[in-house]
Design a protein around this ligand. Structure first.
Ligand code: 15L
Length: 273
C-alpha cells in the first residue's frame, strides 16, 4: 500500500512543532510547509520540507499534490494588523483550501481558535460545556479571521464535498503553567492534540464539523462531545499542574469571557498574548 502523505502548514509554529514528532507513523510521510526555518529530517523521519507561504498559490498547489489530507496550522497565531490578518489568515486559508480542492485532497483540518468565540461568556457553558458550534463572537481581528476560516471550510465542504474539520483550539502548549490560571481550563496537551488530529484524519466521512481542541481538564468550559463523536479521547488534565500555577487569577472581562486577556487587548496591535 502507498504511504499516506499529510501536508502540515505552519509546521514550524508552536502547534506544528509539537505535532511533528507526535504525528510520525510508519507508512506516513509528513510534508511540512512553513515560511520559517525547520529542523532537517531526523534519522528515520519521513518528512518533506517546503519553505513557502500559505498565501502563495503556486507553492500551495505544489504542496497539495499527492496529499491525502491537509492539517492547516499556518497563519498568525495571535493579534496583529488587520491587513496582515486578512492576507495571511483569511486569504492564506482560502489559498490552501483552493489548492487542496484543485489537487483532489479529500480532507482538510483547520486550526481555528477559542478566539472565534472569545466574547462568549464563561457562564454560557452548560453542563457539558460550551457547544463547539456556538456561533461566532470574536474577540479580536485574529478571532474574526478564525470565524472566517470556519466559514471558508463550510463553503468548501458544501460546494465541493471536501471533509473539513475546524478545531477551535484552546491553548496548545507543552504545559499549562506558562498560561496562568486560565490554562487550567483551556489547555490542550500536545499528546491530546496529536490524538485529536489523528481522530480528525481517521473519522469516516465527517463532512463539515466544528469541534473544540481541549484536554479533559477539571476546569474545562468547552464541550468535548463533538470531538469525542469523531473518536477523540483525551488522556490529560491540566489540573495535574495546578500546584505550579502561582500567577493571580484574572479579574474583569478577562475573567468572565472565553477569550481571556484577548477581550481587552488593543485591536490590530501585536502583543505577547
Ligand atoms: C490562540 O488562538 C493562540 O494561537 C495561542 O497563542 C494562545 O493565545 C491561545 O489562543 C489561548 O487562548 O491561550
Amino acid at each position: 500500500m502507498a504511504d499516506q502523505r499529510i501536508l502540515i502548514t505552519g509546521s514550524a509554529g508552536t502547534v506544528g512543532s509539537l505535532m511533528r514528532p507526535r504525528l510520525r507513523r510508519d507508512g506516513r510521510i509528513l510534508r511540512l510547509l512553513d515560511l520559517c526555518d525547520q529542523p532537517a529530517a531526523a534519522a528515520g523521519e519521513a518528512v518533506e520540507l517546503i519553505r513557502a507561504s500559505v498565501t502563495d498559490p503556486a507553492a500551495t498547489a505544489e504542496a497539495c499534490a499527492g496529499v491525502d489530507a491537509v492539517i492547516h496550522l499556518g497563519g498568525h497565531s495571535r493579534e496583529t494588523s488587520w491587513e496582515e490578518t486578512l492576507d495571511v489568515n483569511i486569504n492564506g486559508t482560502r489559498t490552501v483550501l483552493e489548492a487542496a480542492r484543485a489537487a483532489g485532497v479529500p480532507r482538510v483540518v483547520l486550526a481555528s481558535s477559542n478566539h472565534a468565540v472569545g466574547f462568549r461568556r464563561n457562564d454560557e457553558a452548560g453542563e457539558g460545556g460550551l457547544p463547539a458550534d456556538s456561533s461566532a463572537r470574536p474577540d479580536t481581528f485574529y478571532g474574526v479571521s478564525k470565524a472566517a476560516i470556519e466559514a471558508l471550510g463550510s463553503l468548501y465542504h458544501s460546494r465541493f464535498g471536501m471533509d473539513v474539520i475546524a478545531v477551535r483550539i484552546g491553548s496548545c502548549f507543552p504545559s499549562p503553567v506558562v498560561l496562568g490560571p486560565r490554562g487550567l481550563a483551556t489547555w490542550l496537551s500536545p499528546d491530546d492534540g496529536a490524538r485529536l488530529f489523528e481522530a480528525c484524519l481517521a473519522a469516516p466521512s465527517p463532512g463539515y464539523r466544528v469541534i473544540w481542541g481541549v484536554s479533559d481538564n477539571t476546569r474545562r468550559i468547552y464541550s468535548l462531545a463533538e470531538a469525542q463523536a469523531l473518536g477523540y479521547e483525551s488522556r490529560d488534565n491540566a489540573e495535574t499542574y495546578a500546584d505550579q500555577i502561582t500567577a493571580p487569577a484574572p479579574t474583569g472581562p478577562a475573567a468572565d469571557h472565553v477569550g481571556g486577556p484577548f477581550v481587552t487587548a488593543p485591536l490590530g496591535q501585536p502583543n505577547p498574548l
